[in-house]
Design a protein around this ligand. Structure first.
Ligand SMILES: *Cc1c(COP(=O)(O)O)cnc(C)c1O
Length: 392
């Protein structure tokens, strides 16, 4: 590594801009080029697999490795305080690759309000393959411990959860799991590594949908796995290449560009989200507000301890039930009615009908009148006025 990313310059903001992104050795290009190539000239038969000259990495085929992807993987690994990073075509592809570490009969303990697509993958793809899943309230560590059995291999967490914004105590759960020889995977999409670094708290793997805050501009789908253990790296890199759900170089480049501003964006998302959560908490048309940054959040103390900021996701329930909630989400003008999250623009949605429709019947109770906000970085007054008008 060059001086730019040596440990003397390892603040998050600096790493987000420089890690893995030294000026390109062939041209001096400050920004990593989009290496739009499928294959690479080899110096001799078998030269690629016997290692590079002068420490230069050797590429042979872009499913296996690509320099633009390598820049993204290095950057993400540094931001999550990991030893390795692997980028994927989507968050679900990253999750699927972790599932492939398991064998029929293996058991996984899962937080009960995980991302709807994760639940669908586990139940509709993993279960028929012979994996078994138990869903528990991961904010209650005793529920996790109660489900650990001889076949348990993994605990799968999101924190804050989606959409109920409950927190899981990553350090305590990781310690508990280690005692049983069980791996902990944290989907860190909602918090981002700016707000919390699960690997530093004891988790074995972090998974991301980089589609959300990391990319940050709602213009690319991507995923990643970050970790520390070299053995796990080897298994997962094998699967990445063997299964092949890799991102293209342009998508990696867009994601890298987004990541450069992650720190300032997360601070702006968090400040706006807190202001709106406080506004909603006082509004007569609102029943209750969930935001980890509010003192009324049941786990506010854990949030302060585990997170550096509280993020841009706010949920609230509307008085007047589902009909009232539906009319609110259809009435905003600055907030766009849409799925997804984590972009600079504000979005609003009804999880029970939209993002979490695939979890109905799972015992994950998403109230019909629950509204989810992905608070963007527009001016907070415009966002507050928009909500005030929609709430009537
Ligand atoms: C969006 C999302 C995913 C899935 O990621 P894709 O990039 O859409 O495949 C997984 N987990 C969480 C928490 C998400 O928000």
């Amino acid at each position: 590594m060059t001086a730019k990313t040596d440990p003397a310059h390892d603040h998050f903001e600096t790493l987000a801009i420089h890690a893995g992104q030294e000026p390109d050795p062939t041209t001096g290009s400050v920004i990593p080029p989009i290496y739009q190539t499928s294959t690479y000239a080899q110096e001799a038969v078998g030269a690629a697999s016997s290692g590079g000259k002068n420490g230069r990495p050797v590429y042979e085929y872009s499913r296996t490795g690509n320099p633009t992807r390598a820049a993204l993987e290095t950057c993400l690994a540094r931001l999550e305080a990991g030893q390795f990073g692997l980028a994927f075509a989507s968050g679900m592809a990253a999750t699927d690759t972790i599932m492939r570490l398991l064998r029929p009969g293996d058991h996984v303990i899962v937080g009960n309000d995980v991302y709807g697509g994760t639940y669908r993958l586990f139940e509709k793809v993993g279960a028929p393959f012979g994996l078994t899943f138990d869903y528990v309230d991961s904010s209650d560590i005793s529920q996790i411990e109660a489900k650990v059995g001889a076949q348990t291999r993994m605990v799968w967490l999101e924190t804050p959860t989606n959409p109920l914004l409950r927190l899981a105590d990553i350090a305590r759960i990781s310690e508990l799991a280690r005692g049983y020889g069980v791996r902990v995977v944290v989907d860190n999409t909602f918090a981002t590594p700016f707000a919390q670094q699960p690997l530093s708290l004891g988790a074995d793997l972090v998974v991301h949908s980089t589609t959300k805050y990391l990319g940050g501009h709602s213009d690319v789908i991507g995923g990643a796995i970050l970790g520390k253990d070299p053995g796990l790296r080897e298994e997962l890199a094998f699967l990445q290449n063997a299964v092949g759900a890799v991102p293209g170089p342009f998508d990696c480049w867009l994601t890298l560009r987004g990541i450069k501003t992650l720190a300032v964006r997360m601070q702006a998302h968090s400040a706006n989200a807190l202001a709106l959560a406080e506004f909603l908490e006082r509004h007569p048309a609102v029943e209750s507000v969930i935001y980890p940054g509010l003192p009324s959040h049941p786990q506010h103390a854990l949030a302060r301890q585990q997170m550096r900021c509280f993020g841009g996701m706010v949920t609230f329930t509307a008085r007047g039930g589902e009909a009232a909630a539906r009319s609110i989400v259809e009435a905003t003008r600055v907030f766009t009615l849409a799925e997804s999250l984590g972009g600079v623009e504000s979005l609003i949605e009804l999880p029970a009908q939209m993002t979490h429709a695939s979890t109905s019947g799972s015992g994950m109770d998403v109230p019909a009148n629950l509204i989810r906000l992905s608070v963007g970085i527009e001016h907070v007054d415009d966002l507050r006025e928009d909500l005030a008008r929609a709430l009537g």
